[in-house]
Write a protein that binds this ligand. Sequence first.
Ligand code: FMN
Length: 349
Amino acid sequence: MKKILLSAVFAVPFLMNAQITLISEDFESYSDGDVLTDVGGDNGWREWGADFGSASAGYSSLASSAYAANGSMSGRSVSNETVDSDGIFAWNNINAGQYMIKMNLYVPEGSAGGYIGIGDNMMDINETYSSMYYIISGDTLLLVSDGAAYIAQAPLTPGAWDAVDLMVDLDANTSDIMVNGVSVGTGTAGNGNMAINGLGAFDLWGTGINVFADPVEYNPGEFFYDDLEVVDIGCSAIMISNHGGRQLDGSRSPFDQVKAISDAVGDKLEIILDGGVRRGTHVLKALAAGAKACSFGKMFLFSLAAGGQEGVEKLLQNMHDEIDRNMVLMGCKNLKELNSSKLVYRNRG
Ligand SMILES: Cc1cc2nc3c(=O)[nH]c(=O)nc-3n(C[C@H](O)[C@H](O)[C@H](O)COP(=O)(O)O)c2cc1C
């Protein structure tokens, strides 16, 4: 009998919100007074003067033990009347997605603070270096929009460490400030379009000017930062599931969706097939159709019910053996050779 499939596409895609840490710096590898600059390789601290075109040297941040957050060291950005301190961490540019720049921030009482700039990794070119920038002004962190209006601001605690998360959405060209876990506002990029300029660096810069003082008042600017992290919070995988067929009997199976979804997303997202996997050949078919991995539910439960832990171990061994043996029979030496050329679809008329 010909099976009649309901036309509803019920393979619900679950977005896997995988967080990937791109940059992590806790400063413990430095000694007090080390200059954060000229680290070898593509990713690392850069000195404004030496690495970004300007002849004037001396624009680097220092490692400091003055106000250690969780260990013995932090980064320090300071300015006095003659020299600004400008610690730039640069890496390969990113132009799409959502990222969280996380750090602990310490602004000593009486400090004017400084700037946190986020931009591409060609920091001095065309002055587009800060797609988005934030002013640390004593007891306030401000997100600055184009035209220098403050579109969001958050209270800081002078003389103590605050946890600051700067959410950067390159696709929407917006940023959200979170201080100590509380979101204080979102705004559109400050100094250019983030999707164009991208995210390839952040720039931690002490300033001598207290932006809130009127008339503008000179005030030595310094702040400290620790536990810096840049986290990719965008989606990296999609799970195709019909919840084991428990919701809508007769819906198309997740396997039947894999090839179309794989063709649509290319290598931008990994696909995990969920539902109906009982044999090694099911896994091989799913991988050949474009899935990266499979998951299963009832198969564990059946084995557990039949044989307890031993039953589940036997199931995993069977699965392993079947995958191994059937790859040999198919003439596939590795997973890369498991592609759609290995699948022949029956004419379903
Ligand atoms: C007893 C049982 C309860 C389940 N409960 C849920 C649930 O509450 N929510 C959900 O999204 N999926 C649920 N599932 C579906 C599983 O998460 C999984 O998608 C499914 O079991 C995979 O298909 P398979 O059993 O054919 O391997 C359940 C599955 C079983 C067997």
